[in-house]
Design a protein around this ligand. Structure first.
Ligand code: SAJ
Length: 441
């Protein structure tokens, strides 16, 4: 036996053996775009997996092998359910029979841009009710540094059990990138940090059974901060390139050409691209968790605040481009038919959360535009309490102005350029076309 094993108390040795032998009963709390793929990976690795979610709808669909997550095909899910390897329930008492729990619940923002910890708190309250010795608990939801040690640990320690001896607690940032054709749960390197070295060791062992690469770090705070750095880096660089786009617009320089040429630099540069704003459930949200936490330590996260302001201005900038483009053909926005091409927050997915298209549509509606949209992934859109139905791409022919907001690959851009009278392209989707009717960001 290794030295570490000799030193390890019985509880750890028993759990370690269960994990190694694939007899550990795995629990995943939260069966969304993070939790369901993780549950599938562990079932595929041979573990008995119980998914726990508050949504009856989700658990029923999982138990009938009907996937609602784009990255998981029902053909992958169904056999795992049929073989009994994977089941789902809304009953948290199932935890009594589980050895490990991954918490994959949402961490949105409140209207005040403060973290909304309610999902983590309620999940941990339920877990604490059924928690027992010998468990490994790993929080995966993106959150501010200190959450695991200051919020989760006390809730589990109320059991009287000692972390690192009787149970093991870690943080591991989820890095799922929905729709990414190359990187999925199994091959995205997995960072994990524990409350104690024994916790980190147990978390590393757990992930190494089903994922290709595990990166242990020295604490839960480091692991929590890793994720926030990754996504804050992205948000700020998008803010920078959006500001450069505003500068280039004022100077009459093609910002897309500038970025493409700068991207030829083989080192020290990473291209980001301007756009109509910042959408999604990660990039616009995660940096504010960091900003909120650092404020408490007396440090103002000025880059985050500034990038947030600039990214938030982009929908207004696009409306100004539309206004000016219509003005150049002697048409007011008011009463003009404006057709939005793509409403998802990024290309080739169906998610409209925080999508800049929503801001843009509202701003245009406030200015009296007559609105319509096309998006092959989003058949119905609720805007300001009113339902809009996606129109076929041919509808652009009757629009006074088309705005390309999401550059889905499925769009026929050649037909768009032929059919449309006027186009504002916020994504350089029409880079291959030259026409006086195209106005670029
Ligand atoms: N965006 C730009 N310009 C860019 C890149 C993105 O305007 O150069 C916009 C997108 O249109 C979108 C928003 O920013 O509205 C966010 O786009 P994203 O590409 O960052 O996509 P997300 O939100 O799905 O981010 C996820 C993140 N993954 C996780 O948090 C696990 C992020 O860390 C990934 O880097 C990103 O996917 C990715 O690389 O696709």
């Amino acid at each position: 036996m290794s030295e570490a094993q000799i030193a390890m108390p019985a509880t750890a040795q028993i759990l370690e053996e269960k994990i190694r032998s694939r007899h550990a009963r795995v629990g995943i709390v939260g069966l969304g775009y993070v939790g369901l793929p993780l549950a599938v990976e562990y079932a595929k690795a041979g573990y008995s997996v119980t998914g726990i979610d508050v949504s009856e709808g989700k658990t029923q669909r999982v138990n009938t092998g009907d996937s609602y997550v784009g990255d998981i095909a029902s053909a992958t899910l169904a056999p795992l359910v049929d073989s009994g390897k994977l089941r789902a329930t809304t009953d948290f008492s199932a935890i009594l029979d589980l050895d490990t729990i991954n918490i994959c619940v949402p961490t949105p923002l409140r209207k005040t841009k403060d973290p909304d910890m309610s999902y983590i708190v309620s999940a941990c309250q339920e877990i604490a009710k059924h928690f027992h010795a010998g468990m490994l608990v790993i929080l995966e939801s993106t959150t501010y540094p200190g959450t695991t040690d200051e919020l989760v640990l006390p809730m589990l320690s109320k059991s009287g059990l000692e972390v690192g001896r009787d149970f093991f607690l870690c943080f591991s940032p989820e890095r799922v990138d929905p729709g990414n054709p190359r990187y999925q749960t199994a091959n995205i390197p997995k960072v994990v940090g524990g409350c104690t070295p024994e916790c980190t060791q147990m978390g590393s062992l757990f992930y190494s059974q089903a994922l290709e690469r595990v990166i242990p770090v020295s604490s839960t705070q480091v692991a929590e901060m890793v994720k926030l750095l990754e996504n804050t880096f992205r948000m700020i660089n998008i803010g920078l390139v959006n500001e450069v786009a505003l500068m280039c617009d004022r100077m009459g320089i093609n910002v897309w050409e500038v970025i493409d040429a700068a991207a030829t630099k083989p080192f020290g540069f990473m291209p980001f691209y301007p756009g109509p704003g910042l959408g999604g459930h990660c990039i616009p949200i995660d940096p504010w968790y960091l900003s909120w936490k650092t404020k408490q330590t007396g440090i103002e996260a000025r880059f985050i605040e500034l990038a947030g302001y600039i990214n938030g201005q982009m929908p207004h900038f696009v409306v100004e481009k539309v206004q000016n483009a219509l003005n150049d053909v002697s048409k007011p926005v008011k009463g003009s038919r404006v057709h939005v091409f793509g409403v998802a927050y990024k290309r080739n997915i169906d998610d409209v959360r925080e999508s800049p298209a929503l801001d843009l549509l509202l701003l245009l509606k406030q200015r009296g535009a007559v609105l319509s949209y096309s998006d092959p992934y989003v058949p119905l859109l609720r805007l300001d309490g009113v339902d809009l139905t996606a129109q076929p791409e041919e509808a652009v022919a009757s629009a006074d102005c088309v705005v390309v907001v999401t550059d889905h690959s499925a769009f026929d851009y050649e037909a768009l350029v032929q059919r449309a009278r006027l186009i504002v392209d916020t994504r350089n989707a029409l880079r291959a076309f030259t026409s006086p009717k195209i106005v670029r960001l």
